[in-house]
Design a protein around this ligand. Structure first.
Ligand code: PGA
Length: 256
């Protein structure tokens, strides 16, 4: 049987709370015209107001890239929840995947196990692929607690992951996000090896699994990170807003 990790490398752009209609149109046009970007393993996680625009663009141009969302409501069913966006709505506007557990949501919105579990359940109901983000703080790494922290974050939602046909985990050390500090290749290799082992052991029936790296991925380090066999893709924040850099990162994923 082939390894559940053997599929090609994913590249996910996370625009966070950035962008405008003009910027989104420009980016979609560039992505659609570039052969390295116009591929199904390239995903773009836009702010919610721009998802429909991206969906319409994708349909009209028959673009190859896929659309992702940055968040979803923890309420599984539509209803009187002012301001919330349901998994059903995200699927309706063509999203394929959704980020969950990003450290910014854990930090600024106090998202923990309960909320994450509900979100994972809602995504599963609508056949959306969750990109589960995990990662340790600098203090936790310094205290030798990096793996323990990441393992706990996984264990908290493992019962939900067991229900999924596909699991994507993004290892994003919190201290590397938006700081320009990247985990060393040796640290990435070590953490990803442990994550793969843990997922294989805990989710033996899962058809495909991927472990992505995120945290200050740029055009000049993407190739080395993507070359690691334990890295199944990258989650790119700041550098995804710079189209020149993002194109280079997509090109680096093609070589693998
Ligand atoms: P960064 O963000 O690439 O700007 O470090 C990554 C992320 O938060 O997903």
């Amino acid at each position: 049987m082939s390894s559940p990790f053997s599929a090609g490398k994913l590249v996910i752009a996370n625009w966070k709370m950035h962008g405008s209609v003009t910027q989104v149109r420009a980016a979609l046009s560039v992505l659609s015209q570039d052969s390295a970007c116009n591929q199904s393993h390239i995903m773009i996680a836009l702010p919610t107001p721009y998802l429909l625009l991206a969906n319409e663009w994708q349909q009209q141009q028959q673009a190859g890239w896929q659309i992702a969302a940055q968040d979803v409501s923890s309420f599984a069913e539509d209803g009187a929840f002012t301001g919330e966006v349901s998994a059903r709505m995200l699927a309706d506007v063509g999203c394929r995947a959704v980020l969950v557990g990003h450290s910014e949501r854990r930090q600024y919105f106090a998202e923990g196990q309960q909320v994450l579990s509900k979100k994972l359940k809602a995504l599963a109901q609508h056949h959306l692929l969750p990109i589960l983000c995990v990662g340790e703080s600098f203090a936790q790494r310094e205290a030798g607690l990096a793996w323990q922290t990441v393992e706990q974050q996984l264990d908290e939602v493992m019962p939900l992951l067991k229900e999924l046909p596909q699991v994507v985990v993004a290892y994003e050390p919190v201290w590397a996000i938006g700081t320009g500090k990247v985990a060393s290749l040796a640290d990435v290799e070590e953490m990803h090896t442990q994550l793969q082992k843990k997922l294989l052991h805990s989710l033996p029936a899962c058809a495909t699994m991927r472990v992505l790296y995120g945290g200050s991925v740029k055009a000049d380090n993407a190739e080395a990170i993507l070359a690691l066999p334990q890295v199944d893709g990258v989650l790119v924040g700041g550098a995804s807003l710079d189209l020149g850099q993002f194109k280079k990162i997509c090109q680096a994923s093609e070589k693998r």
